[in-house]
Design a protein around this ligand. Sequence first.
Ligand SMILES: Cc1cc2nc3c(=O)[nH]c(=O)nc-3n(C[C@H](O)[C@H](O)[C@H](O)COP(=O)(O)OP(=O)(O)OC[C@H]3O[C@@H](n4cnc5c(N)ncnc54)[C@H](O)[C@@H]3O)c2cc1C
Length: 489
Amino acid sequence: MEMTLAETGQKPTIVWMRNDLRLDDNAAIHAAVSKGSDVICVYILEQDEALRAPGGASRWWLDKSLKSLRSDIAELGGKLICRKGKARDIIPKLVEETGADGVYWGRRYDKAGRDIDTELKAELKDNDIEAKSFNTTLLTEPWTVETKDGGYYKVFTPYWRAVRDVYTPPTALARPTALKGQGIDGERIEDWGLHPEKPDWSTGFEEWWMPGEDGAKERLADFLDQDLRTYDEMRNRPDRDGTSGLSPHLHFGEIGPAQVWRAVKSRIDAGLKEDTSAWSFLSEVVWREFSYVLLYHNPDMDWENYNRKFDDMPWKSDKRVFKAWTDGKTGYPVVDAGMRQLWESGWMHNRVRMIVASFLTKHLLIHWRDGEAWFWDTLVDADPASNTSGWQWVAGSGADASPYFRIFNPITQGEKFDKTGAYVRKWCPELKNLPDKYLHAPWKADDQTLAKAGVSLGETYPRPIIDHAEGRERALNAWETLKKRQDAA
Ligand SMILES: Cc1cc2nc3c(=O)[nH]c(=O)nc-3n(C[C@H](O)[C@H](O)[C@H](O)COP(=O)(O)OP(=O)(O)OC[C@H]3O[C@@H](n4cnc5c(N)ncnc54)[C@H](O)[C@@H]3O)c2cc1C
C-alpha cells in the first residue's frame, strides 16, 4: 500500500490564498505541491483596521468565489480552511495546528497589506517556518519594469511599450491533483454574512456573473470567440457588449493576467487577422498593471491626490446632489444609465465610468474620493489600484491624467458612444420610447414628443440637475481658483 505524504513524516505547507482564488497557474500552490508535501489551502477574512474593508458588491462576489473554490478543492480531496480575524494571529495558530513547516502566498501591493505580510514573514522565519511569497496576480510586478534612469513609469504609453517588449509569460503551471485540509476546523463561509440580506440588493447580479474559476474561464473563452476581433472598434460602445467583462475575475484572481495574455497571444501567433484589436485588448490589461505601479510607488494614492496641487481644489459638498448621482437621477440619461447599471449589476462600462466620474468631479464639483468610495462599495471589480487611478485620471489629479479642463459633455458623449441608444433604453426604460434625437437630452423635446413617449419631466424622469453649460463654466472657474491659490502660495 502506498503511504500518504503525512505518513512519510513530511510536514504540510499552508497556502494562504488572497486575491488569487484559483487552482490553475497559481505559483504559490504550484510551489507548495512541487515541494512534495501535503498542501493546505487557507482563506482568511481579514479583520484588520489597517486594511480597507471590502465593499458590499465585493463581499457578494467573494461569497460565491470562495464557495466555488471550496468545491474545486473538495474535488481534489482537500478542504478550504476558512478563518476570520487577523492574519498575524491566525497563520501562526494554523501552523501550530497542522504542524506545517511552510507558509506560501501570492503577493499584494497595497501598503497596509504589504506591512502585514512583511511582519508575518519575519515572525514565521524567526520560528524556523519557511515563508515564501509569489507573483500570482500580475504580469510584471511594480518594481520590475523601469525607465532608463531606474525610476517607475508615470506615463502609460511608454510603460505599455516597455511591457510589450520585455514580457513573455512564464510556462503555465499545472493544477494540483491532490490537496489536504481534512481534519482541520474552519469556519463556514455561509456564517460570514457576505451575501447581503435585509435588503438583498444583489438580486440582479446573478444574471450577469458566475464568480469562480470556471466562470472566469468561460468568460475568457466567450470573449476570445466573440468579441476579441472587434474589441478595438467596440470597446467604447456601451450599447454593444464588446468588452471582456473579466475585471472582477481578474481582481479576485480567478484567472491571472498571464493566462489571459497566453490565450490572446496564441491567437495572434496563429495569425489572427485582427491582431491590432488583440493588442489593443492586451494594452488594456496592462492599464491594470500600470495602476499597480502607481499605487505601489505612491502608497497613499488611494486617499491623497497623486498631484498634490489638487489639494487646493474648491470641491463642493452637497448630499442631495451626490444622492441624485448615486441613484441615477441626474437628468442626464447616459449618466443615469451608468449609475443604474452599477447598482443593478455591480459593474459599469469603462466609457460610462469616465462619463459619470467626469460629471461628478466637474459638473457637480464633488471630490473624486466620494465617487471612488461609492464605486468601492458597489463595483464587483472594486480594486484598490484601478479604482483610485481611474478616478484620479478622470479628475485630473492622477498620473498621466486627463486634464481637469477636459470636461465631458454628457449629451454628446451619449450620442457618440451609445449610438443606437440601446444602453440608455436598457437602464432607463422610462425613456425607451423617446426618438433617438432626444434620448440623450429629453428636456430638448417638445411637449407633444414627450407626451407621446410617455415621459413627464420632473415626474417620470428628472430634469437636469444642473445645466450643462453652467456646470462646465463652474468647473472651469473652480480650476481657475485652484490655479490662483497656487500662484498665491
Ligand atoms: C472612474 C473609474 C473607476 C474604475 N474602477 C475600476 C475598478 O475598481 N476595478 C477595475 O478593475 N477597473 C476599474 N476601472 C477600469 C475599467 O473601467 C474596468 O477595468 C473595465 O471597465 C472592466 O471591464 P472589462 O473587464 O470588460 O474590460 P476590458 O475592456 O475587457 O479590459 C480587460 C481588462 O483590462 C483591465 N482594464 C481595462 N481598462 C482598464 C483601466 N482603464 N484601468 C485599469 N484596468 C483596466 C481590466 O482588468 C479588464 O478586465 C475604472 C475606470 C474608471 C474610469
